[in-house]
Design a protein around this ligand. Structure first.
Ligand SMILES: *Cc1c(COP(=O)(O)O)cnc(C)c1O
Length: 425
């Protein structure tokens, strides 16, 4: 470059570089302010780094010795099941690491079609479609199905208090339907809202099957009865139910006897089914066909990697062959809940592996969590705004692969720490 050109370039680029640098400095200032705000509000989330496989016994960075883990959605222990891992390896070998494509362009293999058929069969529905995650499955469904002419009626935990899952909240935000919100778990209010929504073309009642913070179960029989009386459809999010609720683990609709009345189910491969990713919608055939045409996260995001499809397929096979894992989990839940209640603790919900141990005071809950970790037991505390004000609790999640000794150790530690902090008489 000649001296003249260099001089002209400096004139041209100098102010631009300075403006770019000042924009970056401004951005840093904004971000630092935001981050300090989160710290100041006491809502900073730090991540524990696990250095082993997921399972009942884990190793955690910075903590010496093994940890007994009661903080995982690995309800059936399938994350580390040898047959499941083997099936993933086999699919990886046979079908490769991934497809580098979305489903409709060049990203569908025979195993993808087989898994969708298996999911529909498992839930006894007409068809199924899966996505990279259940978060995507919800964003895809509501926006593609519901228009300005329609209405969605959802549980207040999702629409008012925003205590529940962001994926339902965001999916409902994203669609153009009229939004109604009914009180939890107030069925008279649901009926009133259904009456008010009669003018719309479609009415979709949307609820979780099992609520993941509280461990309580939706009143699906009544929801289905009212939906049928007012000609509404029922959508149930089964992320914390698929694979383990009901005698054969089909989900909330199985023990409540409403499998033929819940119209649409969304669920995840990422909890009881043991994966880290994958979610789906199952329901009427034409709905699934429409989603393949219209659901944006399906159309514009890569297909699931073959290994993930292989694991999920094997997990469903195991569940359809036998209900021993499901029964074993149920027995462990019963053991933990009854021992804790006998010791004087209050536990929310019933018969769900999510066992919220009520403590009330947020600081007390967090001290107990720390003391439990010192005794080698990993549980997590929740306080407002995730749970109602003054109702802090510790969430314990039971898994089929906890041994009876693991359950007893957890209960004994709770009693010891609870007495120490005068949370128990
Ligand atoms: C876990 C969870 C999800 C997210 O599932 P991913 O497949 O991980 O996206 C969505 N909804 C509810 C209610 C959940 O509990």
């Amino acid at each position: 470059m000649s001296a003249g050109n260099a001089w002209r370039a400096a004139l041209f680029w100098g102010p631009r570089r300075r403006r770019a640098q000042s924009a970056l400095a401004q951005l840093r200032g904004i971000l630092e302010g935001e981050l300090e705000g989160i710290c100041g509000a006491g809502t900073w989330k730090s991540e524990r780094v696990i250095t082993s496989r997921q399972g009942p016994h884990i190793r955690v960075n910075g903590v010496s010795g093994g940890i007994l883990n009661f903080c995982a959605n690995n309800y059936l222990g399938l994350s580390s099941h040898p047959e499941v891992i083997q099936a993933g390896l086999q699919a990886l070998e046979e079908f490769g690491a991934g497809l580098s494509s979305v489903r409709f362009i060049c990203g569908t293999q025979s195993i993808h079609k087989n898994l969708e058929a298996k999911i529909a069969h498992f839930h006894q529905r007409e068809d199924a479609i899966f996505y990279p995650s259940c978060f995507d499955a919800k964003a895809g469904l509501f926006e593609a199905l519901l228009t300005l002419e329609d209405a969605v009626l959802s549980d207040e935990l999702n629409c008012l208090h925003h205590r529940h899952h962001a994926s339902i909240i965001d999916a409902i935000r994203l669609c153009k339907a009229h939004k109604y919100c009914y009180r939890h778990p107030d069925m008279a209010d649901l009926e009133a809202k259904l009456q008010g929504a009669q003018k719309h073309r479609l009415r979709l009642v949307a609820t979780d099957g099992a609520f993941s913070m509280d461990g309580d179960i939706a009143r699906l029989q009544e929801i289905c009865r009212f939906a049928s009386r007012y000609g509404a459809l029922v959508f149930v999010d089964e992320c914390h139910a698929t694979g383990f609720l009901g005698p054969t683990g089909r989900g909330t609709d199985e023990p409540l006897g409403v499998m033929d009345q819940v119209t649409i189910i969304n669920s995840t491969l990422g909890k009881a089914l043991g994966r880290a990713s994958g979610g789906y919608t199952t329901g009427p055939g034409p709905l699934v066909s429409l989603l393949r045409q219209r659901a944006r996260p399906y159309l514009f995001s890569n297909s699931l990697p073959p290994a993930v499809v292989g694991y999920a397929s094997k997990a469903l096979d195991l569940l359809m062959e036998s209900n021993t894992i499901v029964q074993s989990m149920a027995a462990k839940i019963q053991r933990f809940r009854s021992k804790m209640e006998a010791a004087g603790f209050t536990i929310l919900g019933a018969s769900h592996p999510i066992c919220p141990v009520i403590l009330g005071d947020a600081r007390l809950a967090s001290r107990i969590v720390d003391d439990m970790l010192e005794r080698g037991i990993f549980v997590i505390g929740f306080s407002y705004p995730v749970v109602p004000k003054g109702k802090a609790w510790i969430r314990v999640q039971i898994s089929a692969v906890h041994s009876e000794e693991d359950i007893d150790r957890c209960e004994e530690a709770f009693v010891e720490v609870g007495r120490l902090h005068r949370a128990l008489p």
